[in-house]
Design a protein around this ligand. Structure first.
Ligand code: GLA
Length: 384
């Protein structure tokens, strides 16, 4: 769906042309899962799938929202009536961003918005972050707020944590806001310092496939929050601010100190080894050893499945099938409990792998997965 089409639909709905059109992408995470709320490292890149918003300012304190992807008409809200966790619908995400901006003291006095998205929802590909970031960027530009990209990401995270009520980290919003075409984003979630890492798989005869299992997940449910609370307990028991502060070389000693806290031991082991895997991947890419990241991705899956315990049969089946069919590496990506897996493969093997996965899903009686190639695409930007 193009920016002009979204602008035209805005005009049909609201009777005037929008002041502008903005776009923000979904993301896939290459490595670094459940490390962001532990102040650790992540390495996402932006997908070509994106949320597009046509927006105009209003000066009467009203926010009007419409989405091409949701049944129902225009949602009308009063900005001064917005209250955290009062709305369980999709409108809570854009409304939450307006709320977070105003709460931070930014003079946002209203907006008319029409949205349309190609980011699959509930697929672990950050449809929520795309929706938040596109609104934040549009309001930042229209109201001339002058906020930097990382700051917009922080405000979007606050909208999601406080207004929507999902206790997520900072990765997805930063990915949507800060990623660049052709690059993966190596992000330190403690201070949001970042490095763009060139990631052109096709040039090396490789592909990264995303396999959306179609198993829907939601992070406002309890399991994500339980993992997060367990990590925080682990950090407290070990006397550090965050698990990021446990050096990989000291992991065994730290685990020994946790004694018989079996569940906390597993969570801590995942987080500390996962941070180390991100650093290994960055290092391998730097040395041009792209194929060698495959086994590191697969180790990440094993850790998420066995230690963090957030995989599911469909995700495990993607990984097992891909590896048996010759993939270089595979793992679940995103928050877990459903959603998508990624598969690193030689370009020539894409069809074989796709067919093997579809066949395995049919044999297991699972819904046919959606398979597509992920190419690092532009981050959020003004489209018209
Ligand atoms: C979800 C959250 C992120 C991150 C991932 C797991 O996508 O929104 O903040 O915690 O799960 O890595």
């Amino acid at each position: 769906m193009g920016a002009q089409q979204v602008a035209d639909r805005f005009t049909e709905l609201y009777g005037t042309q929008p002041e502008g059109v903005w776009a923000a992408p979904g993301r896939v995470n290459l490595i670094g899962e459940h490390t962001d709320y532990n102040d650790g490292f992540v390495m996402p890149f932006a997908l070509p799938h994106r949320t597009v918003a046509a927006v105009s300012r209003r000066d009467d304190g009203i926010l009007r929202l419409h989405s091409a992807d949701v049944a129902g008409g225009v949602v009308e809200l009063r900005l001064d009536g917005l209250a955290p966790q009062s709305d369980r619908t999709w409108a809570a995400y854009p409304a939450g961003v307006a709320w977070a901006l105003r709460e931070a003291g930014h003079a946002v006095t209203g907006a008319d918005v029409h949205l349309s998205s190609t980011v699959p929802t509930g697929a672990g590909l950050s449809s929520s972050a795309a929706l938040e970031v596109v609104i934040a960027l549009a309001l930042n530009d229209l109201y001339d707020l002058g906020l930097q990209r990382w700051r917009l990401a922080r405000l979007c995270q606050r909208a999601e944590n406080v207004y929507v009520g999902a206790p997520t980290g900072i990765m997805d919003q930063t990915a949507s806001s800060c990623c660049e075409q052709g690059q993966a984003l190596f992000l330190d979630t403690r201070d949001l310092s970042q490095r763009q890492i060139p990631f052109d798989l096709a040039a090396e005869g490789l592909r990264l496939l995303v396999v959306d299992t179609q198993v829907k997940h939601a992070h406002s449910g309890g399991e994500y929050g339980k993992r997060r609370a367990g990590c925080e307990k682990g950090a407290a028991l070990l006397g550090v601010d965050a698990l990021r502060d446990i050096p990989y070389a000291e992991l065994d000693a730290a685990l020994a100190r946790l004694g018989d806290e079996e569940e906390i031991v597993r969570l801590v082991r995942h987080v500390v080894t996962e941070d180390h895997r991100v650093e290994r991947v960055v290092d391998l890419l730097h040395r041009g050893e792209t194929r060698a990241i495959g086994p590191v991705l697969t180790e990440g899956h094993t850790s998420l499945r066995d230690d963090f315990r957030i995989s599911c049969p469909e995700l495990d089946l993607v990984v097992d099938t891909a590896l048996a069919a010759g993939a270089l590496g595979a793992r679940m990506t995103g928050g877990g409990f459903g959603g998508s897996a990624i598969v690193l493969t030689e370009s020539a093997e894409v069809d074989t792998l796709t067919k093997a996965t579809e066949k395995a899903f049919a044999a297991a009686g699972f819904t046919t997965p959606r398979v597509f190639e992920a190419v690092p695409s532009p981050g959020a930007h003004r489209a018209l």
